[in-house]
Design a protein around this ligand. Structure first.
Ligand SMILES: C[S@@+](CC[C@H](N)C(=O)[O-])C[C@H]1O[C@@H](n2cnc3c(N)ncnc32)[C@H](O)[C@@H]1O
Length: 309
């Protein structure tokens, strides 16, 4: 199966350079406010797609267990350093376009600053939909092409691409901004119903960030976030949707009741090669009983990117 290219973060110092030392305390705190407004109070099993170094993971405290999925093992190692190794956190290196989980496994998922790298966003979202239970919550953050700065630049003739057109814009290789209406259309086509939209990072301006403390700016951002219900002109938008629970909207093979979540994490997975749902735990790898492909388990990270030779 061919899949779109992956934006590779292996060996990247993204967490340190972009967040810890990148002057983005305001954006981080504004996201925390949005997440708090959208997250269910409690839940069983959360999937964090494109989890990176686990910056947001501590915010999912109401969930019993969290699966952190990222293509980069070095990002997952950083997440492990932050969160530790325990039964609560499960680390999986895999491609969002080839998710290695049983259909309908999770009761919630988040995808924050990761759709940004998807050349085929509908394909990625379809994978997410497939691993969610009926009525599961999905919180998606996307980079908004219809932001005020892009609109002004376009109207002044300083930017060629139109922020009003529905198709994504790739402004740097494998970095995409999306139109809010396109996102809504994709989610609805996949059987999600949209429950809440929050606009985030209203004040992403160097001067404002310099003179106003991050905490105050983020609190102000929080005041404006609910305007996202009416219009979305910020660089970042959060959408909370739910998988429709009716039989018609369920994906093929999915039953209408919620799945009983297995105790052992090894039982969460399906083979990304053949879709076989029985992976045998061999200690240092999982073996697919259907096609015999083998997937490494190293230092607490399940690796589903390439099968062992
Ligand atoms: C901009 S970072 C965001 C990390 C984290 N969500 C945060 O907000 O701090 C994007 C993450 O998505 C991951 N990623 C990109 N493409 C991916 C793919 N196809 N499958 C899995 N992860 C992917 C990258 O490895 C990276 O860690």
């Amino acid at each position: 199966m061919t899949t779109p290219p992956v934006c590779n973060y292996e060996g990247s110092d993204y967490q340190t350079s972009f967040w810890d030392q990148g002057g983005r305390a305001y954006e981080d705190q504004a996201e925390a406010i949005a997440l708090k407004r959208m997250l269910p109070k409690s839940g069983n099993l959360m999937l964090e797609l494109g989890a990176g170094a686990g910056r947001n993971t501590p915010r999912y405290a109401g969930f019993e267990r969290v699966v952190l999925l990222d293509y980069s093992t070095t990002q997952l190692q950083q997440a492990q350093e932050r969160l530790g190794r325990s039964d609560r956190y499960i680390y999986a290196a895999a491609d969002i376009y080839r998710l290695p989980f049983l259909d309908g496994l999770f009761d919630a998922a988040t995808m924050i600053r990761a759709l940004h790298h998807m050349a085929d966003a509908p394909k990625a979202l379809a994978q997410v939909r497939n691993v969610l239970q009926p009525n599961a919550v999905f919180i998606l953050e996307f980079a908004n092409k219809l932001n005020l700065k892009a609109i002004f630049r376009y109207l002044l003739g300083r930017q060629k691409w139109s922020p009003f057109a529905l198709e994504p814009v790739e402004f740097v290789e494998l970095n995409f901004d999306f139109h809010p209406k396109a996102i809504r259309n994709w989610l609805e086509e996949l059987g999600f119903s949209i429950e809440k939209t929050l606009t985030v990072s209203h004040f992403r301006l160097g001067l404002l960030k310099k003179v106003i403390p991050a905490k105050i700016l983020a609190a102000l951002d929080g005041v404006f976030q609910p305007t996202g219900r009416l219009f979305q002109l910020t660089p970042s938008v959060f959408v909370k949707s739910k998988v429709k629970g009716d039989a018609l909207s369920l994906s093929k093979g999915q039953r209408s009741g919620s799945m009983v979540i297995p105790e052992k994490p090894a039982a969460f997975f399906k083979c990304p090669e053949c879709g076989g749902t029985e992976l045998i735990d061999m200690g240092d790898h999982l073996k697919c009983s259907h096609c015999n492909s083998r997937w490494a388990v190293r230092d607490g990270i399940y690796d589903f990117r390439e099968q062992l030779k």
